[in-house]
Ligand binder design. Structure first.
Ligand code: NCD
Ligand code: ZN
Length: 344
């Protein structure tokens, strides 16, 4: 297949940052996707409806002229999130989910939840009004091996949470393990998951190929090959529980290439193209449109997009870096090739 025409996709997990950094990365997403679920882990985090609406306005103001891209906002759950705040968010029409970061699990998560039971009043209101909870599913217990943190989260947090709040709509974000795939498959229909392009394309060897590779470091961390294969099977299964969430997470080059480098992989410059590569490797390009353009919209109870995008099978070289506010960032595949190209 040399050309692929898809209903315009959506990105159900994206980090846009703020200010001039946001202005630098936003066009990459707006060119490819109609909508994106925008993560709230700014500094300070987006914990209230007013902040989320103000952030949304800044994103809209930064869009390239003529762009119809729509940011779908989220709130950052804390132990202090009130049921009233959930109602305000739900009634705003612009806030589509609430994000759970276990405190300390990842970038800008220090304000997150230390004990999920502290958030139960808010979660009960979410269950009542149908607002999805987006979960960064990793325990932070330092005694748990970094590669096991997702699997242990299922046992320690996810299962008790779903037992206590059986109707709560939950998206298990950026799943990385066979354990998470199996958990989502065995859970009721209102439990779904996003899968990134980088977790479909790379296993943990990529972090150590010929030396330490900070630009392949993200959280949840890349896992071993058997897990990557399980993610691929889920993504191409046609099961509507699984959908696209790039988790594109830009950091300035200096902060990645450091003695203590930040977690996050930037993929927005080639997001849908990288997914096309992954699906092509699995001989399942015919399954890409459901995963990228339909399943997420259906889950979020939003209309499917009507516009189209065209991808051509053509190799192009990714720049070694790109502007990021006053800084630079190093995108995935920097200096290397991507096998699909978006054409207007
Ligand atoms: C994300 C970021 O940088 O904000 N980093 C990452 O490695 N994915 C946070 C997150 O989604 O965990
Ligand atoms: Zn993320």
């Amino acid at each position: 297949m040399q050309q692929l025409i898809l209903t315009r996709p959506d990105d159900w997990h994206l980090h846009l940052r703020d200010g001039t950094m946001m202005q630098s990365v936003l066009p990459d997403t707006a060119r490819r996707f109609a909508r994106a679920i925008v993560m709230p882990n700014l500094r300070p985090p987006v914990t209230g409806t007013e902040q989320a609406l103000a952030y949304r306005a800044r994103i809209l103001a930064a869009l390239p002229a003529g762009s119809k891209f729509e940011p779908l906002m989220t709130l950052y759950l804390t132990g202090n999130t009130t049921p009233q705040e959930i109602q305000r968010a739900s009634q705003s029409g612009a806030i589509h989910a609430v994000k759970l970061y276990p405190a300390g699990a990842t970038t800008n998560s220090d304000a997150g939840v230390t004990d999920i039971r502290k958030a139960y009043a808010a979660l009960e209101e979410m269950q009542r009004c149908g607002m999805p909870l987006l979960v960064h599913g990793e325990v932070t217990d330092p005694a748990v091996d970094v590669f096991d943190r997702e699997a242990v989260f299922i046992e320690r947090v996810m299962i008790p949470l779903l037992r206590d709040l059986p109707q709560l709509r939950v998206v298990f974000e950026h799943i990385t393990t066979r354990d998470a795939v199996q958990f989502v498959l065995s859970a009721p229909a209102h439990i779904a998951a996003t899968i990134t392009a980088h977790h479909l394309l790379y296993n943990r060897n990529a972090m150590f190929a010929g030396g330490l590779r900070p630009h392949h470091y993200c959280l949840p961390v890349l896992k071993r090959e058997a897990h990557r294969e399980a993610l691929g099977r889920a993504a191409i299964s046609g099961n509507p529980k699984f959908f696209l969430g790039s988790d594109s997470a830009p950091h300035e080059q200096r902060l990645k290439e450091s003695a203590c480098g930040c977690a996050g992989i930037y993929t927005a410059h080639a997001a849908i193209e990288l997914y096309a590569e992954a699906f092509e490797q699995l001989n399942a390009l015919d399954k890409l449109e459901g995963f990228a353009s339909f399943h997420g919209a259906d889950y979020y109870r939003l209309p499917r997009n009507t516009g189209k995008i065209t991808l051509r099978k053509e190799s192009w070289q990714v720049p070694v870096s790109q502007p990021f506010g006053e800084h630079r960032l190093v995108p995935l595949r920097a200096g290397e090739n991507v096998g699909w190209k978006i054409v207007d």
